[in-house]
Design a protein around this ligand. Structure first.
Ligand code: NAD
Ligand code: ZN
Length: 410
């Protein structure tokens, strides 16, 4: 081989590798461009997007550059016949009902993601309106899949579905017996409650137990039509995740609180109910002895997870903070913030079906999404109270009590 041909071959090699490198850079740039471009163009359907959790979720999505369609019928009990002031103008609103197949077909037209939050919300009320709860929550979710099953090409374009499940499906919390480890007692009997014997006992040995965080493995107890309907919604979504091959996350939200929570809907949100009582100069009414604990999670944290779930996760996850807080503590924090002087009315009365304690074990959530700095309870409550100072809070608690007693006799 002559020196000239060696040099020629060498030059060709260099040229070839420069070309390859160029091609690699080009395709990488193209991929990045299409990813970014795609993201800007991705449309998310948020059902219930005019509601409490939904509207915060819409705000976060818009902030991140997603396009958003909202399907919400502005349920009267929640919105009192008015469009809420906080609706994000950059989203598109379709004021129709999830019970309508036509409504679903209309909004599923060009979306890549679905966050399904629309629902009838209220444990007590679901006992006297079971039909409404089952049609909105169960059939409403079934309608989503009915439409997708009828149009498999459309379904193929959906990249992720996120569904609002609820901790209410667990019923009673999880407890630890010194002898039998983690146990799952059923609801307390009316006889026990009539004796004001509030605490749970080990279902095996009858000895006292202490509450521990609930893991996703705990079997559902579904102690109300509401819980049952949320369970249906969750199960349907996971079944169709398999059938349609659409990755799906169902978050079992614990007690969500924060700005935009309805202050006039007596059926939801113990924090909002207490706050609206205090605002009306009336004592918050606490059943049992007030020492029952719940897991309070700030609404913007929940919205954050809804958005993060578009990109990761599959299956059910508890969405709570893993911190138990008693109802007495909640009232005391609210009193501190608002300066209200009224003491809570701890009635020693009880509501059949109420569970004693519940809070989340978040091991599974943290494994998938990493550690998360949840909003401090007091800070979150301050934000709620600040927002509520500009809001009307109709105290509907007493009306709800009359309604409840009429329907449910002990
Ligand atoms: N807030 C909580 O503590 C909590 C806890 C667990 C689960 N969840 C679930 O989270 C979701 C959102 O709850 P939220 O607290 O934001 O309640 P919300 O009442 O503020 O929001 C629900 C929204 O759904 C809409 N809606 C109701 N019925 C509808 C229908 N038939 N068609 C279309 N839209 C309808 C309402 O107008 C409302 O805007 C619900 O599915 C609820 O079951 C909430
Ligand atoms: Zn035991």
């Amino acid at each position: 081989m002559s020196p000239a041909s060696i040099f020629g071959a060498f030059l060709q090699l260099i040229l070839f590798s420069v070309l390859c490198q160029g091609l690699r850079l080009y395709s990488k740039a193209k991929l990045n461009y299409s990813r970014n471009h795609y993201k800007v163009m991705s449309r998310v359907l948020v059902t219930g997007g005019a509601g409490f959790i939904g509207s915060h979720t819409v705000d976060k999505l818009i902030e991140k550059g997603y396009e958003v369609t909202v399907l919400d019928n502005l349920e009267r009990q929640v919105h009192l016949g008015r469009k809420p002031k906080y609706l994000n103008e950059k989203a598109e609103y379709v004021y129709e009902d999830v019970r309508s197949l036509k409504a679903w077909a209309k909004v599923l037209g060009d979306v890549q993601y679905v966050i399904h939050l629309a629902g009838a919300v209220g444990v007590g009320q679901s006992f006297w309106q079971p039909r409404k709860y089952m049609t909105v929550n169960t059939v409403g979710t079934a309608n989503l899949y009915q439409v997708l099953m009828a149009n498999r090409e459309r379904a193929k374009k959906i990249e992720k579905i996120v569904v609002a499940s609820s901790k209410s499906i667990y019923g009673e919390g999880a407890y630890l017996c010194e002898e039998h480890g983690v146990v799952y007692p059923g609801p307390r009997s009316t006889e026990q409650l009539k004796k004001k014997d509030w605490e749970q006992k080990c279902p095996i040995c009858g000895r006292p137990v202490r509450p521990v965080g609930i893991t996703e493995e705990k079997p559902a107890q579904n102690l109300s039509p509401y819980a049952l309907s949320k369970y249906d919604s969750e199960r349907l979504s996971l079944q169709f995740s398999e059938v349609l091959g659409i990755p799906t996350v169902a978050f079992r939200y614990f007690n969500v609180y924060g700005p935009r929570q309805s202050l006039s809907n007596p059926y939801t949100g113990v924090v909002a109910i207490f706050l609206s009582r205090l605002k009306n100069g009336k004592p918050p009414v606490i059943f049992e002895d007030g020492k029952q604990v719940r897991d309070f999670v700030y609404v913007e944290d929940v919205a954050d997870f809804n958005v993060r779930a578009l990109e990761r996760g599959q299956g059910v996850f508890n969405l709570g903070t893993e911190k138990p807080t008693s109802l007495l503590e909640i009232v005391s924090i609210l009193k501190g913030i608002t300066g209200a002087r009224v003491d809570p009315d701890v009635t020693g009365d009880f509501r059949p079906g109420d569970n004693r304690h519940d809070y989340a074990d978040t091991t599974k959530l943290r494994r998938e999404y990493g550690e998360y700095a949840f909003t401090d309870l007091k800070k979150g409550m301050e934000k709620l109270a600040e927002w509520s100072s500009g809001e009307e809070a109709r105290d509907m608690f007493e009306r709800e009590e009359v309604e409840r007693k009429k329907f449910i006799q002990i």
